[in-house]
Write a protein that binds this ligand. Structure first.
Ligand code: ATP
Length: 288
């Protein structure tokens, strides 16, 4: 299992992210969410050994990813851009990763190239953004690595490829018991996919919570007023207001009490979605 302890990254004296401590259990999908620039990509790059941590460690079964390069064969990162692969041909990428990953399934990726009419001699730059992304995602499956780190995996995919890819991810994950960490802004997608959610809030990496626990930490209400009051409480986050109808998130018991005191005419509970969780966590007065 991948175990991360007190992982911290500073670049020049700027804190990028701090104190990441978590494990990635087999057969689970963990969503990593945070505002732009929160440090998600930097965290993924540190996990895979592409960046050195300032403090803390990443271990695969007690072997340090940073001190023992061979331990990295248990992880594969699909980056958020093809930058590092630009000048490589598909064939050379396949050779490169086959040499590194002991359970690499060459037939799998070759079949994919054939069925998608991708010539192995083509450079990654000669593919469209979506084609390159799909190729890397399939390459990730071909490595058979027990831990997959995916940075904005569905960015650039059309709806059909996105749906097919997500179905494939879930079935491969179940079959192989892969541990997956996905950094993404596609919150609706994460809602149906993730078992757990981990946030980076003001540089601090929080412990993963189950999706149910995360959603239960806030309540969503649709409230109707005679006259809508100013809802200024720290733990009330207004999502929308249409006339006298307000949809809001309540982030604490104090917020709940405050809401009661505003004497709404009607109050209906709504299910909390991942997008609400994001807005409640990052968009409320607490983070202003
Ligand atoms: N090589 C670098 N030198 C200096 N600062 C860097 C470097 N790489 C990243 N940063 C800074 O680290 C912070 C986090 O960047 P990162 O790309 O990890 O964020 P992110 O959460 O993935 O953002 P987004 O959601 O926009 O993709 C940013 O402020 C960025 O400017």
């Amino acid at each position: 299992m991948l175990t991360v302890s007190h992982l911290t990254k500073q670049i020049d004296s700027t804190m990028i992210y701090e104190n990441a401590s978590f494990t990635l259990p087999a057969g689970t999908i963990t969503a990593l969410i945070g505002r732009n620039g929160a440090g998600k990509t930097t965290l993924l790059k540190t996990l895979v050994g592409a960046l050195e941590p300032s403090r803390g460690k990443v271990e695969w079964n007690n072997q340090s990813i940073h001190d023992v390069p061979a331990a990295r064969k248990h992880l594969f990162l699909v980056p958020d851009s093809i930058g590092v692969y630009r000048q490589m041909t598909l064939g050379s990428l396949i050779e490169f990763y086959q040499a590194f990953y002991p359970n690499f399934e060459r037939t799998y990726i070759e079949n994919y190239c054939r069925s998608s009419n991708l010539d192995r001699g083509r450079k990654v730059t000669a593919l469209s953004k979506g084609q390159a992304q799909l190729f890397l995602l399939q390459l990730a499956f071909a490595t058979n690595a027990p831990v997959l780190l995916l940075d904005e995996p569905t960015d650039g995919l059309d709806r059909i490829n996105k749906r097919n890819y997500l179905q494939q991810l879930v079935s491969l994950l179940t079959e192989r018991q892969t541990a997956v960490l996905i950094a993404s802004h596609q919150l609706e997608e994460l809602d149906s996919l993730a078992d757990r959610v981990m946030t980076i809030e003001q540089h601090l990496v929080k412990e993963p919570k189950t999706l149910d626990d995360a959603k239960a930490s806030m309540q969503k209400w649709q409230v109707v007023y005679e006259t809508v009051p100013e809802l200024t409480h720290h733990d009330i986050h207004v999502l929308t207001q249409t006339g006298r109808v307000v949809t809001l998130l309540v982030l604490s018991d104090a917020g709940k009490l405050y809401l009661e005191k505003t004497n709404p005419l009607l109050k209906d509970a709504l299910p909390v979605q991942m997008e609400d969780y994001f807005l409640g966590t990052f968009g409320g007065n607490r983070h202003d």
